[in-house]
Write a protein that binds this ligand. Structure first.
Ligand SMILES: [Zn+2]
Length: 396
């Protein structure tokens, strides 16, 4: 007897607005909205969605009480393997004061000095925080160790908590190699890659002036691909550059940030499979110009929204906050922002089992204390997520 034969079935009824992200369901929009809806869960999967009045019989019944239900958020870009704190740096930046101490290097030093237990405890704390705000899938990266041993242990710890683990030895050139960046690229593509590849699904590089140029990024991603890792790129965040076009050329799953784009960059994204992942928490926390989501969407680019949660440039774990920023400042409609934070994130991770609520999808969902998903942008900063279900189990 298979496990599905014995799985308990549960119906969630009384859903005012259900976001399925399946255009073949409901109103035919990209969000596949169903009013007065129900979702049936069996084991860890969704087995049925539709109008409440047509729901099949189940073992258990939960009444959502006229609230909205959405797929759990898919946060496809975070940096949660770190130690230490950068409050003073943020405070100085927001107070218009110069601040010279080291940026990422500060976090690298603190992370190297932390024990495995401390690193994992920090990760677990931030994951719990994200879960309370509706995130049911997250990607996270190394990149604050920058030695063979420190990068590998970050990934080993991350892999205990998610399948979406990214090797980012190429976050910045390690301070230990400041005089010889080429030797650091050799390390990242050689011994460090050997140690990290078994623990990761993805390889990433920060392609930016002051980090890694286009040729270095190509060498790093190509080496990773040869070891079975799939590319994603930090691209075009602080300035124009080759990152986005390289991402499309290498069929990277995602080009992340995309704040400074030429028309050729937008055309490239529109022509390929690479998702543009926008990270408005970074622009918020550095008072930088917003990425232009409207321009990308109008060109036909697939857009994801994610937190970039990290202690330096975007210390938020809140996808709802990013949705509100995207609607207020990046030209997205509420529907587009919600799609990008769910189905868009799934696309950026090349996953089709999450980011939607249709038969066969994973039963990852959230209940909003509001009648509609639009309230995520309409009521910014309000903790509307009242229930979170992951793999068919209520966790919040
Ligand atoms: Zn990042």
């Amino acid at each position: 007897m298979s496990s599905t034969d014995t799985a308990v079935s549960t119906v969630i009824t009384g859903i005012s607005t259900l976001v399925t992200n399946d255009p073949s369901l409901g109103d035919g929009s990209p969000l596949g909205l169903v009013r007065d809806a129900a979702v049936v869960i069996e084991g860890d999967r969704v087995v049925w969605t539709g109008e409440s009045s047509k729901a099949p019989a189940t073992d258990n019944r939960v009444d959502a009480g006229g609230r909205a239900v959405l797929p759990g958020f898919v946060d496809s870009h975070s940096h949660l393997l770190f130690a230490g704190d950068r409050t003073e740096e943020f405070n100085a930046r927001m107070s218009g004061r110069a601040y010279s101490a080291g940026g990422i290097r500060t976090t690298v030093a603190a992370t190297r000095a932390a024990s495995d237990e401390e690193l994992e405890a920090g990760l677990v704390r931030h994951l719990a925080e994200a879960l309370r705000q509706g995130t049911t899938t997250f990607e996270t990266k190394s990149g604050y160790g920058l030695t063979v041993a420190d990068e590998a242990r970050a990934l080993r710890i991350a892999a205990r908590h998610t399948d979406e683990v990214t090797y980012l030895g190429a976050h910045i050139v390690s301070p230990d190699f400041a005089e010889d960046p080429a030797a650091y690229v050799d390390l990242v593509t050689g011994e460090m890659l050997d140690a990290c590849a078994p623990h990761a699904r993805w390889i990433d590089v920060f392609c930016e002036k002051g980090a890694f140029d286009g040729d270095q990024a190509r060498a790093i991603l190509t080496a990773g691909r040869a070891r079975g890792l799939h590319p994603r790129i930090h691209a075009n965040q602080l300035s124009y550059g080759p990152g986005v076009r390289l991402a499309v050329e290498l069929d990277a799953a995602s080009a992340d940030h995309c704040t400074h784009l030429t028309d050729a960059d937008v055309d490239a994204l529109a022509s390929g499979r690479t998702v543009a992942t926008l990270l408005p928490g970074a622009e918020f926390s550095t008072r930088a110009a917003w990425p232009d989501a409207r321009r990308l969407l109008d060109a036909g680019v697939t857009v994801a929204l994610s937190t970039d949660c990290n202690p330096g440039s975007s210390f938020t774990s809140s996808v709802p906050f990013c949705v509100a920023l995207a609607v207020r400042d990046m030209g997205m409609t509420p529907d587009e922002a919600v799609w990008s934070a769910t189905a868009g994130g799934a696309a950026a991770l090349r996953r089709d089992d999450i980011g939607r609520l249709a038969p066969g999808a994973r039963a990852d969902l959230l209940v909003l204390d509001a009648p509609s998903h639009v309230h995520l942008a309409y009521r910014p900063g309000v903790p509307l997520v009242s229930q979170v279900w992951r793999r068919g189990v209520r966790e919040v």
